[in-house]
Design a protein around this ligand. Structure first.
Ligand SMILES: Cc1ncc(COP(=O)(O)O)c(C=O)c1O
Length: 400
């Protein structure tokens, strides 16, 4: 198909649910992407958080190739070795518990919401029965299904789809007083992103998270940590919660776990992991052999290529460079982040910056209108960072 025809077919045959950039990509390797005309782009936002290993990592490709020639799919009423291996790997890196396999971040969170409802329904003590309310945080993002939209709480995403499922309320991030005031005898759980990704790279403060953990223990609330965007090494540790010295009761993952293949998981602490019994929850494609092999490739790559260390080192390097831009250009209001997950808040609308970066061959993202989001692959090199920051600087200079 030619370029014009592809655009035309999209226009006529694909639902217009995305704001699209007129670029057609055909090949990717590491932090580089090739468009249909052969132009090369440096990708500082690979796959909206999916590309922690960059594009087409050899370990992921090898896992996929090995498996497709043997068995592509087997449903969840049977067993296969690679779901077992992946569950073991996930528990090894996180906390003692059990895993449920799904296909996306929203689906993983949907599972966590159902688990919380079941917990409220079946808790041992009389006083805790009939609890269903879940507290989430302003500017959070947990997905696009109805329940995860209700958890997300942002009016701009909910508009047109009301009524929302009941039982969700939002409080301000890092406001422990507001959180305490929001708890009622119906509250059963909290869902928290430790760094709000879509919300503009807002970081949960350590004291706030520690206090939250304590309150959850005291009041028997499930602490559900949504690591769909922060997980799998993005912040320099395998999971972001590991920076805080807490353990979640439930953690959800997706995006980078499959190395580009669709996967979502919830990991549930042993104490709560048998709440959902046979027939209560399921996902046909969840944890199929091909996807599990890809995800095992992701863990192999992270260890073999020492990507947590590289993320820490390159994160420090990039942060220094971004702070220099902040000093040099007053349109940069703030730079914040952790590991290789950064937000650069501007005084101007970020779309013009994103568009001009794309023209010069650098892919970045803007969220919340003014926050540029940079989440390069964990295996990015100094040289690639230098190239990307140089482009960003030229663009900022032109906008200043
Ligand atoms: C923190 C967080 N949770 C959940 C989701 C939803 O994930 P998915 O698009 O895979 O359903 C996202 C997507 O951006 C996310 O960033």
């Amino acid at each position: 198909m030619r370029v014009k025809e592809i655009f035309q077919v999209y226009k006529e045959n694909i639902m217009p649910t995305y704001n699209k950039v007129p670029l057609i990509f055909v090949k990717g390797k590491g932090s580089r992407l090739w468009d249909i005309k052969g132009k090369v782009y440096l990708d500082f936002f690979p796959g909206w958080g999916v590309g922690n290993l960059g594009h087409c990592h050899p370990k992921v490709m090898q896992g996929l190739r090995d498996q497709v020639s043997k068995l592509i799919f087997i449903p969840n009423n049977y067993y296969h070795p690679f779901q077992a291996k992946l569950a073991k790997e996930l528990i090894y890196w996180s906390f003692p518990g059990k895993v449920f396999f799904a296909n996306s971040g929203a689906e993983a969170n949907e599972g966590a919401i159902k688990l919380a409802r079941k917990f409220g329904d079946s808790s041992a003590s009389e006083a805790s029965q009939g609890r269903y309310e879940i507290i989430t945080f302003e500017n959070a993002f947990h997905g696009r299904t109805l329940a995860t939209l209700a958890a997300t709480g942002q009016k701009k995403y909910q508009k047109g789809f009301c009524p929302m499922p009941e039982g969700f309320k939002q409080v301000k991030l890092n406001d422990i007083v507001a959180f305490k005031q929001a708890i009622t005898d119906k509250t059963v759980a909290v869902i928290l992103e430790l760094i709000q990704g879509e919300g503009g790279i807002n970081i949960a403060e350590r004291d706030f998270v520690l206090a939250l953990r304590k309150i959850c223990d005291e009041k028997r609330l499930l602490l559900i940590i949504d690591e769909v965007q922060t997980g799998i090494g993005r912040t320099g540790k395998m999971f972001c919660y590991q920076h805080y010295g807490i353990t979640p009761d439930v953690m959800t993952l997706a995006k980078a776990l499959g190395g580009g293949m669709p996967i979502g998981v919830m990991i549930v602490k042993n104490e709560f992991s048998d709440l959902l019994t046979p027939g209560m929850h399921a996902s046909t494609f969840g944890g199929g052999p091909v996807i599990c092999k890809a995800a095992l490739g992701v863990f192999k790559a992270i260890q073999k290529d020492k990507l947590l260390k590289n993320c820490q080192n390159m994160g420090e390097y990039l942060l220094k460079k971004l702070n220099l831009l902040k000093t040099a250009y007053p349109i940069v209001k703030d730079v914040r982040g952790m590991g290789l997950m950064f937000g650069m808040e501007l005084n101007i609308n970020g779309k013009q910056v994103v568009d001009k970066c794309i023209e010069r061959g650098l892919l970045i993202n803007c969220t919340h209108e003014k926050v540029l989001r940079l989440m390069p692959a964990l295996n990015i090199s100094k040289n690639e960072i230098d190239k990307g920051v140089k482009i960003l600087e030229e663009v900022l200079k032109g906008c200043a």
